[in-house]
Design a protein around this ligand. Structure first.
Ligand code: 5AD
Ligand code: SF4
Length: 462
């Protein structure tokens, strides 16, 4: 039996969050990780860091202090990939710094060994489906191998770690399903993250109980299509049942989940939200386009009408559930009428927030070679029109909250001096004043006194 001791003790508002590490492991090199991309990547970094710590590696807080550097990368749009290549380019001048550079994550999986050709100073390339092999791959690097890869993607493995080095002391991410079996024609994720595979409900519930035991009050369940969750264990829970069970764990005050796919967004999920106050009143439900024709080209598996039916289920809930979405403008062949359909959908749904992107052609995706590319300037124009519409919708919606009181979990200081910032259960950002000196990590009642497009302002109700 190996001995365990506490590391990384973070105290927050009087709470201690501890992780443990295997003391029997030999001391090894020092690593630094930089993360690009989504919450899945943020959390993968936490798991990779935990895995390496448990094997005797130490974590550095700057690249200069590390013996090897890992870049956990994103390739969702070209800009994201360029950002990574420009970071790697910084080592062009110092290829012999003695530090091993590893590229992990989505860009690693997408570009594979081509990364060695483009950046010959890179020594390791590993996709997320091979993270469980990282210690073995690093040992090969340490033994002198120049170029090491972990690029298998057709796998049924999930990435289980004994230790996760969580960065956020307030919200704990918890993966329930990895990969993606959808085939959206614009998207790299099915290629970069491999096929869908769920963790057992036993493993998920055990981790959630541990998190509650460590003092986390907010848990966010993660998956590319989180609601496709299908328990491979003997209990065979479906997503809404898992939600209910996590929400019942003592100490869990807020349970979030992302990202939901409209096709599997079923009424039982809304029933679970209604039945469990701990499940946050917020659903992120990417629609991508308001045009059924474009949705079909995107291979999203639903029509505009079917999406609106999902929205109707959410609107019929007893609780007031925020709905946020992702939109793509300028998909190949998107006509002015298609774009108008996205704008009218926005008017119909009145989303609480929108993440909007210009279509970016990606390698290994079916839409890469589609005809009728939309010119860049036209994509920019459509994006600006869309964002202005959303700004108006949000401002009007936020004004309806004036005078109401919300509970917020305080996550930090606001930009404005003497203000705190926190999120409501519906994931609205609320900046507020308080006479009290330290509120970090606390749940506070706040009355809304001001409404802007992107946030609310208010004052603590004492
Ligand atoms: N171009 C632009 N946006 C994209 N997204 C995914 N792939 C692309 C692409 N090729 C957007 C989708 C998705 C979000 C995470 O990124 O809106 O929901
Ligand atoms: Fe996340 Fe997708 Fe970017 Fe991968 S490609 S990091 S899954 S957003």
């Amino acid at each position: 039996m190996s001995r365990h001791f506490d590391i990384g003790l973070e105290t927050l508002a009087g709470r201690a969050v501890a992780a443990s590490v295997d003391a029997g492991a030999p001391a090894r090199g020092t690593f630094y990780i930089e993360t690009f991309g989504c919450q899945m990547n943020d959390h993968d970094t936490e798991k990779v860091a935990g895995l390496l710590l448990s094997r005797g590696y130490r974590q550095a807080d700057s690249p200069a202090a590390a013996s090897f550097l890992l870049y956990n990368t994103c390739s969702i749009r070209e800009k994201a990939a360029q950002k990574v290549f420009s970071r790697l380019g910084e080592y062009r001048e110092q290829p012999d710094s003695g530090r091993m550079i590893g590229v992990i994550g989505c860009l690693a999986q997408q570009e594979g060994e081509d990364i060695f050709a483009r950046s010959p100073w890179v020594g390791l390339v590993c996709g997320s489906a091979s993270y469980h092999k990282l210690p073995e791959l690093l040992a090969r690097v340490e033994a002198g191998e120049r170029r090491v890869t972990g690029l298998e993607s057709d796998t049924d493995e999930t990435f289980e770690t004994e230790l996760t080095r969580r960065d956020n002391p307030l919200r704990a991410y918890l993966t329930i399903i990895e990969g993606c079996d959808k085939a959206c024609s614009y998207c790299v994720v099915p290629f970069t993250r491999g096929p869908e595979r769920s963790r057992t409900s036993e493993a998920v519930l055990e981790e959630a109980r541990q998190l509650a035991g460590l003092g986390y009050t907010e848990i966010q369940l993660l998956g590319q299509t989180v609601n496709s969750y299908c328990d491979p264990g003997p209990r065979g829970l479906r997503f809404s049942q898992l939600l209910r069970e996590v929400a019942e764990i003592p100490g869990v005050r807020r349970l979030r989940f992302t990202t939901s796919h409209p096709r599997e967004f079923t009424p039982d999920i809304v029933a679970a939200i209604d039945a469990h106050p701990a499940i946050c009143e917020h659903v992120h439900l990417p629609v991508q386009s308001g045009s059924t024709r474009v949705l079909e080209e995107m291979q999203r598996g639903y029509t505009r009408q079917e999406y609106l039916e999902k929205v109707a289920i959410l609107r019929a809930a007893q609780r007031e559930i925020s709905i946020t979405t992702d939109l793509i403008v300028g998909f190949p062949g998107e006509s002015e009428a298609d774009f108008e359909a996205t704008l009218t959908l926005m008017d119909e749904v009145r989303f609480d927030a929108v993440f909007a992107f210009k279509y970016s052609p990606r390698p290994n995706t079916p839409s890469l070679r589609m005809a009728d590319a939309i010119p860049e300037e036209e994509k920019s124009r459509r994006l600006a029109v869309l964002l202005e519409k959303q700004r108006q919708i949000q401002t009007a919606r936020h004004e309806t909250f004036l005078g109401r009181t919300f509970e917020v979990l305080v996550s930090g200081k606001a930009r404005q001096e003497k203000q705190w910032a926190g999120n409501t259960s519906g994931y609205r950002l609320l900046n507020f004043t308080s006479p009290l000196p330290d509120l970090l990590g606390q749940y506070i009642q706040v009355r809304v006194t001001g409404a802007g497009a992107n946030s609310l302002t208010g004052e603590q109700v004492i």
